[in-house]
Design a protein around this ligand. Structure first.
Ligand code: G6P
Length: 606
């Protein structure tokens, strides 16, 4: 979704801003813009619909040496993607970039006079409001503070003025903002990846905070203009992790790096020699863990499906546990009741998803313990939970989530192990999970090495279909949902995931030559039942692509066999096959694999 960058220092702001915006491209956007200011207040505003590359061609024709500027990638909420709706927005001397949504923009628009609106955005209303409060004796930070006090909604903003060319004012309410502190320069960004390569020191702004940034100083204050002391933290992401490293797409790189990212998730947490698992950051004593009777798992998109899959593992590990898995955008508005002794697992790759964050806050407000299952270090969810586990999958750049899913499921399973240990549950089930987790990275590594070419070929057959049905039973049901999501996200083939047992309750009516069916079949106690589902699809002339770990006969149009020693965690390996399938189909169709149309990586608005 929208991204913000800002720069003040002695280097050329234009190139730092466009470089930063390029790093934020992965978040998904439809237009981009920057404004830079010279010391005497001449503004150069450049905006373009489409990619940052379009903007860069404008900056090369209008190159400026200015050392101050702000930039933005926009994901349309109010008003279509267009140059006029792109940020920065201007009103008088004020230029602003904004992430989030100003909910009362219509009322505010009626109150500001004397500004001729050029865009359809809520952000331009905020610019006009700030400008109307910015008279000749007022400092920019005071006008911004007054305007934000009148604002209802969410924002991360960066504001500059042609009258005060030595500063950038930034503020946050619900949309992340990070201030990178360099030597004699300061960068601001909505995402740490835009700061990498410039500085490793950063101040993470909290909600309700505003900062006045000059090249040598950052001054923090609250919305009552009271000073706050700033905490400078280290940014831990390195440059390598955010580059394609020879792969055609980030998505393929992220699929391929799952063995190593998963090893990072497991490192020091799963100890097979001692038959145990441990998580450092839960901030819960063994006694507290022992009393947990109910777990609610919250997430959106792939994180939600990771929760659905992990729930099967948790309930197998801990008998007296009840588990519910909830989509955050629904749960936040329900009259939900969490029993005593509940714990909430808040699952999010980015740690910034607005609905997930809202659930976290509501659950916390009710006094229930919250634990994060988060990938992005230092993100808002990670900072607000009571404890939790970083999944350590490294930066995930491609919009469609792959490696984060695998690591989220593994991390939640380790949580289940920890819970089981605290409750004194027998070693047998525990050991089976511990042993499988320990070898999972090697198993995925082997499958990736041997199956990629096969999936490339299989994709040729199925790329021409208009619709797909993904079917699985038990732990393969959430995997089917995730497989369908991956395919629709990047190939734009309409895809539905169903529990195989539900086939007769509706989806079987869909089967015709426009459909192919991905059937996930595990050679376990449900094998025969899965085969019955397969027979039913075949009998209706289905085009089945079976993904299975059996070496027995499977009567399907195409069979992709995985050879694995895994049982409990085999679904995670089957999911890797689905990731490759979706990837190769999207490539064949010529789609923008890493930045699929209309999607955003980090959904920071409702
Ligand atoms: C967006 C992304 C998905 C992701 C979901 C939840 O829809 O495109 O890939 O699964 O948000 O994001 P989160 O960062 O909370 O895991």
């Amino acid at each position: 979704m929208c991204g913000i960058v800002g720069y003040i220092g002695s280097r050329q702001a234009q190139s730092i801003l466009t470089g930063g915006l390029r790093r934020l491209e992965y978040r998904g956007y439809d237009s981009a813009g920057i404004v830079t200011l010279s010391e005497n207040g001449d503004a150069t505003l450049l905006r373009a619909k489409g990619k940052v590359a379009e903007l860069s061609s404008l900056t090369s024709k209008n190159s400026k040496v200015d050392g101050l500027g702000i930039g933005h990638t926009r994901w349309a909420t109010h008003g279509a993607p267009s140059e006029l709706n792109a940020h920065p927005h201007q009103a008088g001397d004020v230029y602003i970039v904004h992430n989030g949504i100003i909910e009362n923009y219509k009322e505010l628009k009626e109150e500001v006079s004397g500004h001729e609106f050029k865009s359809e955005t809520d952000t331009e209303v905020l610019a006009a409001l700030i400008n109307s409060l910015y008279d000749s004796d007022t400092k920019l930070e005071d006008a911004v503070t007054q305007a934000l006090q009148l604002t209802v909604g969410t924002y991360g903003v960066a504001v500059v003025s042609t009258r005060e060319t030595g500063k950038i004012v930034v503020a946050r309410q619900g949309s992340p903002l990070i201030i990178g502190v360099g030597s004699d320069e300061v960068l601001v960004a909505s995402d740490a990846s835009a700061l990498i390569g410039h500085t490793t020191e950063a101040i993470y702004l909290n909600d309700g905070e505003l900062a006045v940034c000059t090249a040598n100083n950052v001054e923090l204050r609250d919305m009552a203009s009271q000073p706050i002391s700033a905490k400078v933290e280290k940014i831990e992401v390195d440059m390598q992790a955010i580059q394609k490293q020879g792969y055609d797409h980030f998505l393929l790189k992220e699929i391929m790096e799952q063995p190593s990212t998963l090893r990072s998730t497991l490192n020091g947490r799963v100890i097979p020699e001692q038959h145990r698992a441990q998580l450092g950051g839960l901030n819960m004593t063994t006694d507290e863990l022992r009393t947990v009777e109910h777990v609610v798992i919250i997430g959106c998109g792939t994180a939600y499906y990771a929760g659905l899959l992990a729930a099967y593992n948790l309930e197998r590990l801990v008998e007296d546990l009840t588990i519910e898995v909830q989509v955050a955008s629904e749960f936040r508005y329900r009259s939900f009741h969490l029993p005593k002794n509940s714990v909430a697992l808040v699952v999010s790759q980015s740690g910034e998803t607005a609905d997930t964050l809202a659930c976290l806050r509501e659950i916390k407000r009710r006094g229930v313990k919250t634990l994060g299952v988060v990938n992005a270090v230092g993100s808002t969810i990670a900072r607000e939970v009571d404890g939790g586990v970083y999944v350590h999958a490294g930066p995930e750049i491609s919009v469609a989530s792959t490696k984060a899913f695998t690591s989220q499921v593994a991390a939640m399973t380790i949580f289940g192990l920890q819970l089981a240990q605290a409750k004194g549950i027998g070693l047998k089930e525990l050991d089976a999970y511990i042993e499988e987790l320990a070898v999972l990275p090697d198993e995925i590594e082997r499958i990736l090495a041997t199956k990629n070419d096969e999936l490339k070929e299989v994709a040729e057959t199925y790329a021409t279909y208009e619709h797909a049905l993904f079917l699985g039973r038990d732990t393969l049901f959430p995997v089917a949902l995730e497989g369908a999501l991956k395919l629709k996200e990047i190939s734009y083939i309409q895809a539905e995931g169903y529990a195989t047992g539900e086939l007769k309750h509706g989806p079987i009516a869909l089967i015709d030559d426009r459909f192919f069916e991905v059937m996930l079949i595990q050679d376990n106690w449900l094998f025969d039942k899965s085969l019955s589902g397969l027979a039913e699809v075949n009998a209706r002339g289905g085009h089945v692509l079976a993904i299975t770990d059996t070496q027995k006969e499977v009567d399907a149009e195409t069979v992709v066999r995985i050879d694995t020693t895994l049982d409990l965690l085999a679904p995670l390996v089957m999911n890797v096959i689905q990731q490759l399938l979706a990837y190769h189909i999207a490539v064949i169709k010529g789609n923008d694999v890493d930045q699929p149309r209309n999607l955003a990586k980090s959904v920071t608005v409702e």
